[in-house]
Design a protein around this ligand. Sequence first.
Ligand code: CMC
Length: 452
Amino acid sequence: MEFSIPACIGESDDYSISRTCFMSTATIELDGKIQQLPIVIGSEGEKAVDISDLRAKTGYITLDDGYGNTGSCQSNITFIDGENGILRYRGIPIEEVAQKATFIETAFLIIYGHLPTRPELRHFSDLLTENQYLHEDMKYHFQGFPTRAHPMAMLSAMINAASCYDDGLMHWQWGKGKQFEVYAARLLSQVRTIASYSYRKSCGLPMIYPKKAYKYTANFLHMMFSMPYEDYELKPEVVHALDLIFLLHADHEQNCSTATVRMVASSQANLFASASAGVCALWGPLHGGANQAVIEMLQQIHASGDDGSRFIEAAKDKNSNKKLMGFGHRVYKNYDPRAKIIKAASEKLLKVLNLSDPLLEIAERLESAVLKDSYFIERKLYPNVDFYSGIIMRAIGIPLDMFPVIFAIGRMPGWIANYKEIMEDPHGRIYRPRQVYQGPAQQSFVPIEERG
Ligand code: CMC
């Protein structure tokens, strides 16, 4: 094979090629042979070259470290235009969803593709209530964790464990009966129960059962903070702020954890196993763990008496091993629209609760300095969803290591919807990327006596 022959994909300055592209094929020249590749156009005009037959036709694969330029699927759920800071759930702008919907309405929209009617919403809420209790034996699993176990480890393990308590789920075949809506509601409801139990376990506190009368987010706060002798006082502003955080995390197209859920689902693993893998992918500080890392960074800046400028300099220095957490995004090259909403909500909540948080002041100072700094301007690094969400969670009293857990609860509708898409795809195949092997060429096994 001749690797020196240049390959050119259509839409170059060659007029005939670019015209071919717009007529829905791209032309690629490999080893002197011309290949036509179909162009796929998304409903918002996004263009993709379909290379799925490339290897079969030419022997070539495409190489894209970190999948920065790879469309792994076609999806109907969420649209992001990163250049313009646009995010839409099923076509509805995030700003409108945030202003008008609850998290549960949003979850229905994301999972089922349309806003629920009143009866649909009632039915969905009833299913969430019916499925919110964990099997009593699951308490023994919680007892087995060390007291200081990270709640993300418990969350992932317990979501997976929950699937063992339902034989139906293990043997469930997609498309048979109405089970999906029950399993989807069970996962969405139980993740909240598991999350709060993980927190209670880490504090050595007794577990608090969900209450039938409470709605989703209020119930979570109740299970987190009530005592057997005294119910937690539910402030509407607090419930609303946390509901908003869940809603703003509900889906975000093919991010690391959602792509993981799809990967696992593509082997036809069950819904709970797939979501459990999603929790693990989310945990890292470059993804859902960033909300925890942001607050740790702000605390460090505060404790060191820095006004933020020293940290900014360190974040620009590639040898410092530091990054400005809560800044930058693979897709957004503009202000993350969720960050704008969360910033306004955090200022509002602190005002209503009559709290002042020095970390909010540091965060705002950092943001205004960074937005004027050429390093960040040139690289188009703006605040992302994680930059201000921790301020709200701190104000509510949620401990730091629970922050990624809150992200996971919020992201559950997106994972469920993506799981559904995989299972409903009649042409779906197991996800199985290729690689370019760069290891040693074939060599013989050397017996241990001859190895020196
Ligand atoms: N601080 C300093 N420099 C940064 C940062 C940052 N937060 N983010 C990116 N850069 C630099 C990076 O070093 C690179 O510089 P150069 O071109 O000189 O090598 C350039 O900007 C491009 O960055 P990249 O690493 O190629 O970007 P990526 O798309 O691979 O990574 C990211 C995206 C989110 C992992 C990264 O921006 C980052 O680590 N941010 C901090 C962690 C964070 O806030 N994560 C939450 C993301 S939003 C929630 C979610 O969906 O997960």
